[in-house]
Design a protein. Structure first.
Length: 406
């Protein structure tokens, strides 16, 4: 292995990280215990690493798969010291807590990716939009609301119909209110308890796509194919790759924007950028995630390098050849709603064998014992020789599960 050196971080050649090494040199850390962490753990372990997960919840998907579980809040000083003692490098699966924890670890000379500063940008919609603008990537017209004066200015900014979004901690459509007219704005802000918000013009969407890029410490950039995403109630429901309604020029533009953002952020790791394709064909960035993304899960089964392999490679300084998609794929998200059959009293898992009898179905469940409506329990990726076959089988799987056609 040639150890890559990340600007501003410890020289990796001085303390090489490698699979199968004893002690710290063969162990990696993850902040966060969710399903993204679990799939990273699987990829890292498959390639010979041991993994420690820092997660306060005693029962979490990633910790259940990890070699070691440090049970503590993400910013707990003793827990971060433990992670530093155990692991040669640290990544995150969750953007909402660890920026300062990542920063602390990096300041102590630890190999950390993604960089804390980039995570901090992604945690805050205002910073995120400013970084889109700086990188020359178009985003929805918006106004920032922090004070009553901002509220009045935003009401007069010609953004209606609009969506009011909290600047921090939003996910899966939470922390968002649709605002049709200026007169509704004050009440909408009140309903969110007046946090810092972004008021965004509601755009006419033809479709939604996302791009996952990986950037190494040496600045090398690769990407997964552009994905086409369908949301239900603000939550991702279906991802198709290749994207059926995206031509080569549009895909190239999306990749160029995502690469520009990764460069502008001096990013190291896996970055997902979500885009809207407008009715008039224009491409507009929505938001980005400093980590693998739900829309990239198909890459586990359909590509020769998954988004989690890319996360691992960027973290340990391994080479980044271009990933190749070897099978067209459709991913269906499996939310807890599927566990609640109409008329049943108690939650009950869907009848998996019926779905698994279909060709090319890859079932992924995240080990969450309690099903709740809206909770991401797993996903299912259908691969096939052609995109038409993958779609046809995915539609059969959806029908068996009681999911809407797409
Ligand atoms: P995620 O789970 O992806 O983090 P989120 O809660 O952060 O979601 P967004 O991605 O900002 O929220 O919005 C969720 C969905 O709402 C989008 O995928 C899109 O369907 C719709 N949406 C958001 N902003 C706009 C907009 N400006 N115009 C039209 N539709 C929008
Ligand atoms: Mg989103």
């Amino acid at each position: 292995m040639t150890a890559a050196v990340v600007p501003g971080q410890a020289d990796r050649s001085a303390s090489p990280i490698g699979p199968g090494r004893a002690g710290r040199a063969g162990a990696l850390g993850v902040l966060g215990g969710g399903q993204l962490g679990r799939m990273f753990v699987h990829a890292a372990q498959a390639q010979g690493f041991r993994v420690s997960v820092l997660e306060p919840d005693a029962h979490s998907p990633a910790a259940a798969a990890a070699d070691t579980h440090v049970v503590a809040p993400y910013a707990d000083a003793a827990a971060l010291a433990a992670l530093q003692a155990q692991c040669a490098a640290v990544t995150t699966e969750f953007e909402n807590v660890p920026a300062q924890a990542l920063g602390q670890l990096a300041a102590q000379g630890m190999t950390v990716s993604p960089p804390a500063a980039a995570v901090q940008v992604c945690q805050h919609r205002v910073r995120e939009k400013r970084s889109f603008e700086r990188a020359g990537v178009p985003c929805a017209p918006y106004a920032v609301i922090e004070t009553d004066a901002d509220l009045a200015a935003a009401a007069a900014a010609g953004l209606f119909p609009a969506i009011l979004k909290t600047a921090t901690l939003g996910y899966d459509g939470k922390g968002q209110v649709r605002v049709d007219t200026p007169a509704q704005l004050a009440q909408a802000w009140q309903s969110l308890q007046r946090p810092v918000c972004v008021l965004e013009q509601r755009l006419p969407l033809r479709l939604e796509i996302s791009v996952i890029v990986a950037r190494g410490g040496d600045g090398s950039l690769v990407q997964l194919p552009v994905q086409q995403n369908l949301h239900h109630d603000g939550v991702l429901a279906v991802t198709q790759a290749p994207a059926p309604d995206v031509d080569a020029a549009l895909a190239q533009q999306a990749v160029a924007h995502a690469q520009a953002l990764a460069q502008a952020l001096d990013y190291v790791g896996v970055l997902c950028v979500e885009f809207f394709v407008l009715d008039d064909g224009r491409l507009v960035a929505n938001e980005m995630a400093p980590r693998p993304h739900n829309s990239g899960h198909y890459s586990i089964d359909a590509c020769d390098l998954s988004q989690f392999d890319l996360q691992l490679r960027t973290l340990v300084g391994w080479p980044l050849p271009s990933p190749r998609q070897h099978s067209p794929a459709v991913m269906l998200n499996l939310l807890g709603d599927l566990w609640f059959a109409p008329g049943a009293d108690l939650p009950h898992p869907p009848h998996w064998p019926a779905v698994l009898a279909l060709p090319g179905v890859h079932l992924h469940l995240y080990g969450k014992t309690e099903a709740r409506r809206g909770r991401k329990m797993g996903h299912l990726t259908v691969t096939a020789a052609t995109a038409a076959q993958a779609r046809a089988t995915a539609l059969q799987a959806a029908a068996l599960l009681g999911l809407p056609a797409f």
